[in-house]
Design a protein around this ligand. Structure first.
Ligand code: PLP
Length: 397
């Protein structure tokens, strides 16, 4: 009889979102016609940027003509896109990344999961708590030993490098999902220095880089000295240009990442991708390239501005209800402390019953998320304004 990967039995079911859905549907059955506002969603609501849509149409038409048809492309991504990434996302910020260090994919989630293919299962992995669950679950599936880095309000949700167990691999996500907090250059430098001195590898999830508003918050881990020797960076077009359905992202694997045995991670990742991946859609890569035109850049900026205005409106409503709020400044996520001593699920019930608002219980992102709630700014302006109005009324209850 064949055997399965028994590590899968150690992965918890997608309890969080099904539990949320269950409570919401029970509430709606008991209260028909109630207008529920969903501020738990992680998907965007604004459509794909028009510059990208125009390219989708043009490049799709190209595919129907023998002379312009494009079949399999380079597994690493088309050069027309990679060159734009290198130029705009890195060199324009004074960061040295070369085209052969960029790998275009169908999104950050796949790469964050697949990167484990080139890393031994003997590695000890450090993961923050609370956390975007993909890092945790993919490492449980691989059977790696995991240490958690508690992130608490008292420490501004900044993880502290452990000194008891030295992790080989460290996942960092900034701006952070779910806390919405960002790291300053100095705070990130602590991790880069730690990784370099201990021979650890940082997997830096930068899916929300475009949301950074404050000066002093690095846009790439490679802004820090020595990061090319210890970090892989993951980026996504999902939340910037509405590509959650189109699917596109990229990963930077610097050539300076070399193990003590002289093995280059860039070569391994190239081998992995060319073996298991046939490249992201040509048409979608063309659409992404359009995001680097002046119109495309303007449209992405306006999208981010829209969601960040939503975040501000939410923060104001929550603060007016005397709630303590974190994040939402360099990120579309707002992390809210439940009222005195209340746990995440009790606060969830109050928001649902009194405000008809659905948010995501923080405890679903890890034990340290207990007592918090994650709100997202991805809903429409009108819904966000209405949500903020309802939240303010909590003050009068
Ligand atoms: N990383 C983080 C922190 C995310 O929150 C998400 C999506 O919600 C992703 C990665 C996934 O990005 P993509 O849509 O490119 O797979």
């Amino acid at each position: 009889m064949y055997k399965v990967n028994s590590n899968f039995q150690n992965v918890s079911g997608s309890y969080l979102f099904s539990a949320v859905a269950h409570r919401v549907s029970q509430f709606c059955e008991a209260n028909p016609g109630v207008d529920i506002l969903r501020l738990g969603i992680g998907d965007v609501t604004r459509p794909v940027c028009q510059a990208a849509v125009n390219e989708l149409v043009r490049a799709s038409a190209e595919q129907g003509i023998a002379e312009s048809f494009v079949g399999y492309g380079p597994e690493q991504g088309h050069h027309f896109l990679i060159d734009l990434i290198v130029e705009h996302d890195y060199r324009a910020r004074g960061i040295d990344v070369s085209p052969d260090e960029v790998f275009v994919s169908d999104g950050a989630k796949s790469d964050l999961g697949n990167i484990g293919d080139i890393l031994s299962t003997d590695n000890i992995v450090a993961i923050t708590d609370p956390v975007y669950p993909v890092y945790l679950d993919t490492n449980i599936m691989a059977g790696r030993r995991i240490v958690t880095l508690p992130c608490r309000a008292s420490g501004d949700f900044v993880p502290v490098p452990p000194d008891d167990v030295i992790p080989d691999i460290i996942y960092l996500c900034y701006p952070n999902n779910p806390t919405g907090m960002s790291l300053t250059r100095e705070q990130l430098a602590v991790w880069v220095d730690y990784a370099r001195s201990h021979g650890s590898l940082i997997l830096f999830d930068s899916a929300y880089e475009a949301y950074i508003q404050r000066a002093g918050v690095p846009h790439s881990i490679y802004e820090l000295e020595g990061a090319r020797e210890c970090a892989i960076e993951f980026r996504s077009y999902s939340k910037t240009a509405g590509f959650t359905g189109l699917r596109l992202g990229y990963t930077v694997v610097p050539r300076d990442l070399v193990t003590s045995d002289g093995i280059r991670l860039n070569d391994m990742w190239r081998r992995r991708q060319s073996t298991k991946f046939n490249g992201a859609s040509y048409v979608v890569q063309r659409a992404a390239a359009a995001l680097y035109t002046p119109e495309g850049r303007q449209q992405v900026k306006s999208n981010i501005g829209y969601y960040m205005t939503n975040a501000r409106l939410l923060i104001q409503g929550l603060a007016d209800a005397s709630l303590t709020v974190y994040g939402g400044i360099d990120s579309p996520y707002v992390w809210v402390k439940a009222p005195a001593g209340m746990d995440s699920w009790s606060f969830f019930d109050i928001l649902l019953e009194k405000c008809h608002i659905v948010a995501t219980p923080g405890v679903g992102f890890g034990e340290c998320g207990e007592g918090f709630m994650r709100f997202t700014s991805f809903n429409s302006r009108a819904n966000t304004i209405e949500a903020a109005r309802r939240i303010r009324l909590l003050n009068r209850l």
